[in-house]
Write a protein that binds this ligand. Sequence first.
Ligand SMILES: Cc1cc2nc3c(=O)[nH]c(=O)nc-3n(C[C@H](O)[C@H](O)[C@H](O)COP(=O)(O)OP(=O)(O)OC[C@H]3O[C@@H](n4cnc5c(N)ncnc54)[C@H](O)[C@@H]3O)c2cc1C
Length: 392
Amino acid sequence: MRPDLFQAPDYYLLDDLLTEEHKLIRDTARAWVKKEVSPVIEDFAQRAEFPKHLVPGLAEIGGFGPYIPTEYGGAGLDQISYGLIMQEIERGDSGIRSTSSVQSSLVMYPIWKYGNEDQRNKYLPKLASGEFIGCFGLTEPDYGSNPGGMITNFKDMGDHYLLNGAKMWISNAPFADIAVVWAKNEEGRIHGLIVERGMEGFSTPETHNKWSLRASATGELIFDNVKVPKENLLPNKSGLGAPLGCLDSARYGIAWGAIGAAMDCYDTALRYSQERVQFDKPIGATQLQQKKLAEMITEITKAQLLTWRLGVLRNEGRATTAQISMAKRNNVAMALDIARDARQMLGGMGITGEYSIMRHMMNLESVVTYEGTHDIHLLITGMDVTGFPAFK
Ligand SMILES: Cc1cc2nc3c(=O)[nH]c(=O)nc-3n(C[C@H](O)[C@H](O)[C@H](O)COP(=O)(O)OP(=O)(O)OC[C@H]3O[C@@H](n4cnc5c(N)ncnc54)[C@H](O)[C@@H]3O)c2cc1C
């Protein structure tokens, strides 16, 4: 892969909306990605391997639990800082951002919000430092967009719970130390349980042959009569709203992350268009290529404004699930469109690992599907504005 010459576009001078602290946090993450992620990510993606050596660095830039209070080892930052960190990490690779999102919003968040003090003290500092990696088990083979139908269940055996079932498409599963698993009790109510690697009957086979998020490990979670200690149940929230609350936080981060991938594709295509000469002039001097670039920077700027405003609303505790859905859906589709156009602008070079575009494009095919598909987020917006759920 070529040297990382990334320069972030800021067409509407949106840096003016950020504090000095925001900019410092973002620039630190940006420099880390340039130094540590860009030089190696293509090789890891080609080999379909998660670059585990990046874990301590991810922790240092605030990639694990950026908004978790410092007393539990988190960075204690606001929601804009969290978003900016996700943007920069995904500028490097969506797979690395996936690990960061899962750890922060799908593992640390439920332990912080729904766990008790013992659970917070036991797990959060280790997750924040990267000593522990976590995963989040909601999706099942027969229940993806409709997780409320899940079959995974646990029975109260007096001194422990007995967990049975299976989850699939679980990011970080193959090497996770702990899993936050959503399962139904005997009354059919959904609860979160912390399952630890090494518990008898718990296995995490890896999912191979992915063309997308190749630098992120994905797997199944299999529970075959797993004895889960009673103290591992998250006591403070149950029902489908509990996992959905985690998804709000993760989807918000994805809305920012997708901008990072889009910025990288735009920046690469812009530079290429200024250097690549065909018919005696740079391709950037042709109207067709300018149309692509002009539309890209317009869409990136709109997405930046959307997420910045959403971050302000989240800082004030006013952002709704439907607003988050709108941003996740819009920004990921925006990034995917930009990746496809940018790929074309590089001609044949666009399909190689010399440039990051094709990797971003393939990654975004997962991002547009996970954490609620493009269509499901549209249905959420539709329900929000009409009052009619159209899922069934
Ligand atoms: C790489 C990767 C990593 C993932 N990581 C995790 C993870 O860490 N933890 C986790 O729990 N899950 C994870 N997932 C799972 C992901 O969240 C699901 O794939 C997603 O929710 C969609 O579920 P599904 O794949 O079963 O598709 P389905 O739900 O079967 O949907 C198939 C198609 O039908 C459409 N559809 C579904 N219902 C409706 C409807 N009512 N009306 C119209 N269209 C509809 C969908 O939009 C989609 O286009 C991951 C997935 C991938 C690919």
